[in-house]
Design a protein around this ligand. Sequence first.
Ligand code: PEP
Ligand code: MN
Length: 333
Amino acid sequence: MKAGAPQQAAAQIIKELEEKGLKPVPLYGVERTVIAVIGEERDLSIGHLESLTGVEKVMRVVQPFKLVSIETKKEPTIVEINGIKIGSNQLAAIAGPCSVESEEQMEEVASQLAKTGIKIMRGGAYKPRTGPYAFQGLKEEGLEILRNVADRHKMAVVTEIVDIRDLDAIIKKTDMIQIGARNMQNFELLKEIGGSGKPVLLKRGLSATIEEFLLAAEYILVHGNPNVVLCERGIRTFEKETRNTLALATVPLVKELSHLPIIVDPSHATGKRSLIEPMTKAAIACGADGFIVEVHPNPGEALSDAQQQLTPDQFKTMMDNLIPIEKAVGKTL
Ligand code: PEP
Ligand code: MN
């Protein structure tokens, strides 16, 4: 309550809260009264409370997300894909091109990634591109290629969904569905994916707060799907030297707030080949459960994101260089 607000105003609010079935606990100080409220948050409107006479401020004590919250479930969630337990002390290394471009391209990259021990491959068949003239992906043909090539190399695949109408085709052909940054708040998509039960890679929106990010995950969980892996992929800032700004504090912070695993995408976060290795090291060092990196057999000719894709050789070198960091944090690949 405002300093010096009449007792009558507090009494009125207490009465209203009780009528709503909530439990008000008033604390009467010398200058002001504070009213703590216990009960279901959905039974009250913060906006309405703020409009009442004598109220200075209404503060939420509990988080708006529940199922994803560490308060609800203390032990970490583990999402298992092709024998990789994402969220355990086994790091998930996901690699592959930005887009599926052809059978030859996928075969070449997959055979090299398999040699590096990669068990989960990425590749976009449906691409959310900024402009309508850019390569939009091979769509169903791309899914087909992705599945066939991955099967040949005993790999699982993750691919992005951009339109709910493609859900059935994607479910049939893939092992994990990516919801990209641009669709993080496509709530209808989140609900449908929640109903699907398929593991989900949920990327942080370009300008989403961590609370919004976790609430997007909450949509998937509340619709019945607990298999969500979060992905920090950088946010929009004023900086132009990097494609986005990699907000690595998200990783330990999400670990404080949620039981869900979180991986890092240094490729989209930086947009710059030379920064992938250092930022992957940093991601592992700060507690990420894995990483997703773009690898293309011939990055210079990639149909999307050419500047940020590594060659398979560069990727292999990076994987070797990550070993001391993995050891330092007690994780293995
Ligand atoms: C991608 O992974 O290819 C992609 C488009 O990522 P983001 O949604 O993070 O931009
Ligand atoms: Mn990309």
